[in-house]
Design a protein around this ligand. Sequence first.
Ligand code: HEC
Length: 165
Amino acid sequence: MAESNVNQLRGHADESDGIQEYDNKLPTWWVGLSIGTVVWGVANFADWHILTPQTLASRYDAEIAAAPAPFDVNTIVVEMTPEAIDAGAAIFAANCVACHQADATGGIGPSLVDNVWIHGSSPEDIRTTVATGVLDKGMPTWLPVLGPDGVAKVSAYVANLTPND
Ligand code: HEC
């Protein structure tokens, strides 16, 4: 490396193809970055292999173990009380009529007032259909939108529309 930052022409012209180059002092930021990557590399190696031995697979397993268990829709209890059914009617009017019609006789989605059920007619069956949806048929997943309480209430409303078989 040159002693100063003054450009010094270093000749290679005689060795190769006439190309000449300056031998300038490397910029401080560049040297710092270069040394920094080596320091980081050593520290990272020590962290992964010596201090807390781990692999990508073990980190994945630890993250999966730490993640909360998936929500179980079976824990949503559908109470067929007048209050729940009333609240469910408002939720139905706000979210469901575009596909099932205001009177629930069906449109894009099937009728919810006849005795024909694809996924079961009990309040629990309806809760599961509403909570998880039937995505490949165009029925959205409502649990993330309505929450467990909203799913329970709108399911009570739908279950109340027609007597269970
Ligand atoms: C974007 C349109 C759309 C919206 C909005 C929608 N649904 Fe559906 N729904 C469907 C379709 C399509 C099906 C038929 C699914 C199938 O064929 O399996 C369905 C099926 C259902 C079923 C099952 C019917 C059966 O026969 O088993 C229930 C219950 C239901 N929807 C309730 C609701 C409720 C409650 C809401 C509002 C929170 C809602 N849906 C909003 C499209 C929709």
